[in-house]
Every structure is written in structure tokens, then in C-alpha cells.
Ligand binder design. Structure first.
Ligand SMILES: *[C@@H]1O[C@H](CO)[C@@H](O)[C@H](O)[C@H]1NC(C)=O
Length: 221
């Protein structure tokens, strides 16, 4: 009976952990990801603290602009737990986003596990997010150098360069692994594709248009 109660308690504890939207709190100073481990947990297994080095908390090169020449004209350099093993369990990551002049776009997307706080270092961006049902309200703003804007967790958001110069922004995200769902790519560029009957009906488009969009998004972001 005691065993049964323990199992039930453990199950409930795990379920309640799942109910928290952001990364769980760490229970030690750090838990640097052990990339060699083949054990899968929520997050990544810690490597022996005695073998942890300063390099485990380090990433160079965020001064360098990403290449924005490809459509839609933006480039995100994300420094998450993949880049810094020491971010494991810490619930935070950082991104540099570069935008081509005259319309470089970070297209509408969602971070399923993180709120984002973004600041503009160069240029001018039109940014916004849309709330969930039933309101679908757009909160948007033009940001200039030094301005900061927040994109709440799980909501569709975008950034668009409205200036004549390359724009640069840095963003903090409240997960070691924020995740990314680019809306157009997820819908029209899934692999294998969603039936065009479904997408034609959902988006009120003819199937030809859906097929064209699917062909386009299958091979791009
Ligand atoms: C982003 O920029 C880097 C560095 O220039 C480049 O290697 C990468 O291909 C670019 N990504 C996209 C999606 O254009």
C-alpha cells in the first residue's frame, strides 16, 4: 500500500512539474549538460561537477552579424543549451537577431517554452504579438535603438525591419531550450505535408494556392 501511495505521489509530482510552463528551478548550483549521456530526462543529464570548466559557460562570437541575404531577410543566432552546455536547467537563453534593410522579417512564430524580452541595438523594427482566443488582439509597436519589448510565452509574434539600415536586436528567453514554431512553415511546410483539403478549408484558399504554398514552404523557412 505504501508503495502504491509512493508511486501515485511520484506520478502526481511529475504531472504537477509538467504543469509549469517555464523551465523548472535548479536544485544545485549548476547541471552542465553531459552530451555523451544516453539517458533522457526532462532537460539533459548533468556531467560530474568536478569535470566542469569555464568553457562550459562560454560562447564566443555574438558580435558577428548573421547572413540576412536569404528570404525572408533575417538571421537568428540562438545561444541555447545546445551552444552552452552550462545553461542546462537554468531556464534562460540568448539570441542575436539580424535584419536586412527594407523589410528583413523574422516571420510570425511561437516559442512554446519561453517568454522573450527583446532590445534593439541598431535600426528600427515594427514588432508585435497576438493574444489567444477569443480576442486575437494585436499588441504592436515601432521600436528604435534602445527600446525594449516583451513577447509573452506561447504567443505568435514577429519583428520586421522598417528602416533603410540593417537592424540588430538581442533577446533574452526564459528557457534553456525555448523551441520554435514558425507558423507558415509548420502549417504549409510540414513533413509529410498536411492534406491540401484540410489547408484549403482551414485557410479559405483554393487547393492550387495551397499546393503552391506547400511547394514553397517545404524547402524554406
Ligand atoms: C545565418 O548566418 C550564418 C552566419 O553568416 C550562416 O552560416 C547561416 O547560413 C545563416 N542562416 C540563414 C537561415 O540564412
Amino acid at each position: 500500500m505504501a508503495t502504491y501511495a509512493l508511486v501515485l505521489f511520484t506520478f502526481l509530482a511529475l504531472v504537477s512539474i509538467q504543469a509549469f510552463a517555464s523551465d523548472p528551478s535548479p536544485l544545485q548550483d549548476f547541471c552542465v549538460a553531459d552530451r555523451k549521456s544516453e539517458v533522457f530526462v526532462n532537460g539533459l543529464v548533468c556531467k560530474n561537477a568536478k569535470e566542469v570548466k569555464p568553457e562550459d559557460f562560454f560562447f564566443p562570437g555574438l558580435d558577428k552579424a548573421g547572413d540576412t541575404s536569404k528570404n525572408p531577410g533575417s538571421n537568428v543566432t540562438l545561444v541555447n543549451v545546445e551552444k552552452i552546455a552550462g545553461l542546462n536547467t537554468l531556464g534562460i537563453s540568448l539570441a542575436r537577431i539580424d535584419f536586412a534593410p527594407y523589410g528583413g522579417l523574422n516571420p510570425p512564430h511561437i516559442h512554446p517554452r519561453a517568454t522573450e524580452v527583446l532590445t534593439v541595438m541598431e535600426g528600427a523594427l515594427y514588432v508585435g504579438f497576438v493574444t489567444s482566443a477569443p480576442d486575437f488582439k494585436l499588441f504592436s509597436k515601432v521600436l528604435n535603438k534602445g527600446d525594449v519589448f516583451v513577447f509573452p510565452q506561447g504567443l505568435i509574434h514577429f519583428q520586421f525591419n522598417i528602416g533603410a539600415v540593417p537592424a540588430v536586436a538581442f533577446a533574452g528567453l526564459s528557457s534553456q531550450n525555448p523551441g520554435l514554431i514558425t507558423v507558415a512553415k509548420a502549417v504549409f511546410g510540414s513533413n509529410p505535408p498536411i492534406s491540401d483539403d484540410v489547408l484549403a478549408k482551414a485557410f479559405q484558399l483554393d487547393k492550387k494556392t495551397v499546393d503552391r504554398l506547400q511547394a514553397q514552404f517545404l524547402n524554406s523557412s
